[in-house]
Design a protein around this ligand. Sequence first.
Ligand SMILES: *Cc1c(COP(=O)(O)O)cnc(C)c1O
Length: 381
Amino acid sequence: MRQELSRTETIPVFAPQVGADELAHLAAAIDVGWLGMGAGTKEFEDRISAFLGLRDRSVVTTNTGTAALHIALRAAGIGAGDEVITPSFNYVADHQAIHMCGADVVMCDIRDDNLGIDCEKAAALCGPRTKAIVPLHFAGIPCDIKGVYQLASERGLRVIEDACHGFGSLVDGKRIGNFGDIAAFSFDPVKVVTSIDGGCVVVRDPAELERLRRLRLLGIDRDTTERYKNRRAWDYDVVSEGYRYHLTNVLASVGISQIKRVEDFIHTRQGVCREYNEAFHALPGVKTPSTDFSGVSPFIYSLRIRDGKRQALVDHLRAAQIDAGIHFVPVHKHTFFKDARRGDMSVTDRVVEEVLTLPLHSCMRPDFVERVIDGVRSFFR
Ligand SMILES: *Cc1c(COP(=O)(O)O)cnc(C)c1O
């Protein structure tokens, strides 16, 4: 009977790994009687820092990843009249965050191998107003980050890494965020670690750390230290612009519960991605990700379906009650950003017709993995 039921259950693209442990952490957080930003927020930041292996860098949590990107750009000094380069093949949060700074988005093409920014094309887009570059580590697979930092040092650009897909991914043995300039992460409902909604910035410069903390909380100067003790500063000054972007104790408690198990989440996700690679790599017209997922914290499993067969495969999977997603609709096709400056988009324009996201969950049920594999393979038989 159970078997019968599970056979007809739709497999979602994303499934949160939340339950009893999160509820216990939530109950304990509510019991403290301090719901807003406080000691729990600080504990989550400390745990993020420990997980990323940070020594000379600090973590500033926020209420969303978009907010993290926004204040990261502002802390780096991005403002009106500046240009910021980011891939069109990215989530629109980045473009909106750039826009919120009063800066202009310049959209760049991606590479065919890792679907990250094409640094040669980015170099060609640099102009006198270019101030920063926002590369995305798509699906958790590191982009050509050495190329990005090479370009940044040649042109004097700031780098704000969109690491929202890559919480825990490694480059040369270091976790993303633990090297380079500034990195932004998201803990939104579908990310590998969730705090229901949340995000963080990782920063090295102590002055920028202070700016980030003020930008996060309405420009107020000394509130962070007090709030981290579950107290408020009553005599404070407001010294800059600021937003209401902080993460509450209650939501941080969910993040704490999750980050205690993150190694397990990453391990099981890598296992599923490897099974998928193995099952799909030889199928005609299918291009699996060019990685064995070692050192990758996989956010999504995105593969490419060529020969115009993607929609037929989506329909075939849907008939087998398997959901599939598409990451992304390129941002230069959206109404609001259609006039943004951009270069050649030939790889993006091709790739967006081919990408397909299959279900990937932390601790994914083995029968789900089996059904996804059978579902895809039966299409090609
Ligand atoms: C999730 C995500 C964001 C924004 O994070 P939110 O927490 O949803 O605001 C930004 N960029 C990318 C690529 C993302 O996947």
